[in-house]
Design a binder for this molecule. Structure first.
Ligand code: T5A
Length: 230
C-alpha cells in the first residue's frame, strides 16, 4: 500500500464513486458522466468493483459465482472483495489520480459497508482495519448514491439480465434488498459532505442532470472549464 495524501498533489484527479442497490442505474449514469467530463475536456477513466484490474476481475468471477459465500460466508467474501480492491487501487486508481485523470468507479468501499457490513453482519471494526490496508487515505471526493424503490431496481436488473441466471447478490430476497436500501440511506446521512443521494426513478437524462449539478456543486471545476461550459 502506498500512502498518498490528496492535499500532497494539487494536480491529482478527482475520485467519484457510484453506489446503490441492484439495477439502480449506476452503469448507465457513470457512462453519461464520463461523456460530460469528456465534453469539458477533463480526462476520466471509468472502472468498477469488484474488478477493474486484471487480478481483481478474476476475483470478481469467484465472488459473483457465489463460491465466496460457500467457503466462509460474509467474512470470506469481505476478504475477497478486499483483495480485489487492493489490487485495483494500487494498479489502476492511484496511478490514474496521480497523473491528473478523474476516476469514476462503479461501487467501492461503501458497497462492502452495505452488503458485507449491514447485511452480512461483518464487524465494523474489522471493516475499518481492512480499509486501512486496502484504501488508506483514499476516500472518494464524491459518492453518488442512486436511490430507487427495491421493486423498481429488481425489475430493471431482471430486464437487463434477460434469460441469464441472477448472480449471487441479485438472487437474494426482497427483504435483503430493502435492508440494503436502508443501509445506503444511513451511509448518506452519516457522511453528507461526501455523499449525495439522487432520485434514480427519474428518466436517465434527468438523473444525469442531477448528478452533473452535484459534481459542479461539490467539486468546483476550474474557471477555464466553467467558462467553456457556459
Ligand atoms: N458487492 C460489490 C459487494 O457485495 N461488496 C462490495 O464491496 C462490492 C464492490 C456486483 C455485486 O457485488 C456486490 C454488489 C453487487 O451485487 P455487478 O454485476 O457489478 O455486481 O452489478 P451492480 O453493481 O449491482 O449493478 P447492476 O448492473 O445490477 O445495476 P446498475 O449498474 O446499477 O444499473 P444499470 O445502469 O445496468 O441499469 C439496469 C437497467 O435499468 C435501465 C438500464 O437501461 C438497464 O437496462 N435503467 C433505467 N431504466 C429506467 N430509468 C432509469 N433512470 C434507468 N437507469 C437505468
Amino acid at each position: 500500500m502506498v500512502e498518498q495524501s490528496a492535499a500532497a498533489n494539487v494536480n491529482r484527479g478527482r475520485f467519484i464513486t457510484f453506489e446503490g442497490g441492484e439495477g439502480a442505474g449506476k452503469s448507465t449514469q457513470i457512462k453519461l458522466l464520463a461523456q460530460r467530463l469528456e465534453a469539458a475536456r477533463l480526462p476520466a477513466i471509468v472502472t468498477r468493483e469488484p474488478g477493474g484490474s486484471p487480478g481483481a476481475e478474476i476475483i470478481r468471477h469467484v465472488l459473483l459465482s457465489g463460491i465466496g459465500r460457500l467457503i466462509g460466508g460474509a467474512a470470506a467474501e469481505t476478504l475477497l472483495f478486499a483483495a480485489a480492491r487492493d489490487d485495483h487501487v494500487e494498479s489502476l486508481i492511484r496511478p490514474a489520480l496521480a497523473r491528473g485523470s478523474w476516476v469514476l468507479c462503479d461501487r467501492f468501499s461503501d458497497s462492502t459497508r452495505a452488503y458485507q457490513g449491514s447485511l452480512g453482519a461483518v464487524d465494523p471494526g474489522v471493516l475499518n482495519a481492512i480499509e486501512r490496508v486496502t484504501i488508506g487515505d483514499l476516500k472518494p471526493d464524491l459518492t453518488i448514491i442512486l436511490d430507487v424503490p427495491v421493486e423498481i431496481g429488481i425489475t430493471r436488473a431482471a430486464a437487463r439480465r434477460g434469460a441469464a441466471a441472477p448472480d449471487r447478490f441479485e438472487a437474494e430476497g426482497i427483504e435483503f434488498h430493502r435492508k440494503l436500501r436502508e443501509a445506503y440511506r444511513r451511509i448518506a446521512a452519516a457522511e453528507p459532505g461526501r455523499c449525495v443521494m439522487i432520485d434514480a426513478v427519474q428518466p436517465p437524462r434527468k438523473v444525469a442532470d442531477d448528478i452533473w449539478a452535484a459534481v459542479r456543486d461539490r467539486l468546483p471545476l476550474s474557471k477555464v472549464t466553467e467558462a467553456e461550459l457556459t
